[in-house]
Structure formats: structure tokens, C-alpha cells
Design a protein around this ligand. Structure first.
Ligand code: APR
Length: 241
């Protein structure tokens, strides 16, 4: 690792791999979610129009799984919260994950670019609200009173990820870009390392179980379980502060 100037901001991109050791499934590993269900059946706007009950059932099961008492932040989430607390230049986490494990570990400067499983959104009035219960087409929106429009507040394939302007500005300023637990298959997140390279200011590191699709774009790579490699990397960063 080169010495990173502690006055420079850090941007961290996280994906499903960081939550694997907390007991949540990834998408594209051999036993991942997309080996069991088809994206086009549960994670597109068209699927929701065609069969909303099926889409609700898929996200209801995932929400119940996330709320299981055994699912807790792991040492990788905890290390990133410590980095945010102790790094002078500031840390922004951009997560593709819809779980709330970063928040539970103590991270506050956080963008959920693919939305949040523990929120619902009304397609009729746009109201976004906390949601820890099952959703169904029979439910009424508490804000506008209309029924049938409540959906998980998640970004489906074919929809625009959230807060892209803010993310791009942060990538342009970053002195370090860390990509953790993501396979690099899904854009725009898969292209963030190229954005950092384009601006030419930031060092880039991939921390993952195995090389991602875009591994060769990173200046540095470290492979192993997130619960091991992330705390070790954070320790090295903070030893220079
Ligand atoms: N530690 C670190 N990395 C791990 C671990 C672990 N314990 N276990 C698995 N991984 C790695 C895998 O090797 C893989 O490269 O995490 C990555 C997970 O990749 P994906 O399953 O493709 O998840 P992600 O990249 O987050 O997917 C992006 O795809 O379907 C969509 O919207 C969904 O946000 C998701 C997006």
C-alpha cells in the first residue's frame, strides 16, 4: 500500500461479499441468489407489473432473513465504521447492498445506491417509509391512502441507481477508492474504478474473495474473506494517521 495522505477523502464501494460472513447470500457465487431465481422474475419493473405477489414474496423472504437475530454486522462492517470515525479526510461508503449492516455497525456517511430493503416506497405518491413487515398488493399507503402501489424501496434492473451525482463528485475527489465484496458485473458501480482513474487523484484497491471482473483496473488487490482483509487494511491505513 502506498502512503495515503490522511487529509484526502476515502470512498468505499461495497457489495454482497461484505455481508456474506454475516449470513446473507451473495448473488453470483455458485450458491448465490441468482442461481435459484431468475432476475427477470423478481428484480425488474416488468416482473412487478406481471406478478407483484411473486416479487413481494421474494423481498418479504429477504427482509425476514435480514431481520433474523443471527444476522449481525461482521468485522468488515465494524472496521469500516472505525475508519469513518478515525480518518481525518472523511469516508463515504457507497453500498450496492440493500441490507442495513453498515448502519448497524456505526457507519453514518453512507449511500445506498441500490435502495434499502427496510423501506417501502409508494409508486402512487412517492412516499418512502420504514418497513420491517411483509408487503403485499393489498396494503394501503399510509400517506396517500391508495392501495396496490407499495413496493420495496430497491433499485431493480433497468432502473436508475440513486444519488449518482453525489457519488461521481466523491469519486472525483477521492484519495483512495476501496472496492469490497463485489463481483464487478453490475454497472454503474463496476465502472467506479475507471472514474477514479480518469480523475487521476486516487489510489484504488480491490478487497475481495477472488479477482472481480474488473480486477486488472485496480492499482492494488488483496484477496481473502472480507472479515479478515478489511480490518487488516483499515489497520494499515489508520497506522499512518
Ligand atoms: N468476503 C469477501 N468477498 C466475498 C466473500 C467474502 N466472505 N464471499 C463472496 N465474496 C465475493 C465473491 O467472490 C464475489 O466476487 O463477493 C462478490 C459478490 O458478487 P455478487 O454476488 O455479484 O454481488 P454484487 O457484486 O454485490 O452484485 C451487484 O447485482 O443483482 C445485483 O442488485 C444486486 O447489488 C447487487 C448487484
Amino acid at each position: 500500500m502506498p502512503v495515503i495522505d490522511p487529509s484526502n477523502p476515502i470512498v468505499v464501494l461495497t457489495g454482497a461479499g461484505i455481508s456474506k460472513e454475516s449470513g446473507l447470500e451473495t448473488f453470483r457465487d455458485a450458491d448465490g441468489i441468482w442461481s435459484k431465481v431468475r432476475i427477470e422474475d423478481v428484480a425488474t419493473p416488468e416482473a412487478f407489473v406481471r406478478d407483484p405477489a411473486r416479487v413481494h414474496a421474494f423481498y418479504n423472504a429477504r427482509r425476514q432473513g435480514l431481520l433474523n437475530a443471527n444476522v449481525q454486522p461482521n468485522p468488515a462492517h465494524v472496521a469500516l465504521a472505525r475508519l469513518e470515525r478515525d480518518w481525518p479526510g472523511g469516508v463515504l461508503i457507497v453500498t450496492q447492498n440493500i441490507d442495513d449492516l453498515h448502519e448497524r455497525a456505526g457507519s453514518a456517511n453512507l449511500i445506498h445506491m441500490h435502495g434499502e430493503l427496510l423501506k417501502s416506497r409508494c409508486e402512487e405518491c412517492g412516499d418512502i417509509t420504514e418497513c420491517r413487515h411483509d408487503l403485499s398488493i393489498a396494503l394501503k399507503c399510509l400517506s396517500c391512502g391508495r392501495d396496490g402501489g407499495l413496493r420495496p424501496h430497491v433499485v431493480w434492473f433497468g432502473e436508475m441507481p440513486l444519488s449518482m451525482d453525489e457519488i461521481e463528485q466523491a469519486l472525483a475527489r477521492a484519495g483512495l477508492f476501496m472496492s469490497i465484496g463485489t463481483s464487478g458485473n453490475v454497472y454503474p458501480a463496476a465502472g467506479f474504478v475507471e472514474v477514479v482513474r480518469h480523475y487521476g487523484r486516487g489510489h484504488s484497491v480491490e478487497l475481495n474473495l477472488e479477482p472481480s471482473v474488473g480486477a486488472t483496473s485496480f492499482a492494488e488487490t488483496r484477496y481473502g474473506p472480507a472479515g479478515d482483509v478489511v480490518p487488516a487494511y483499515v489497520d494499515e491505513l489508520l497506522s499512518a494517521v
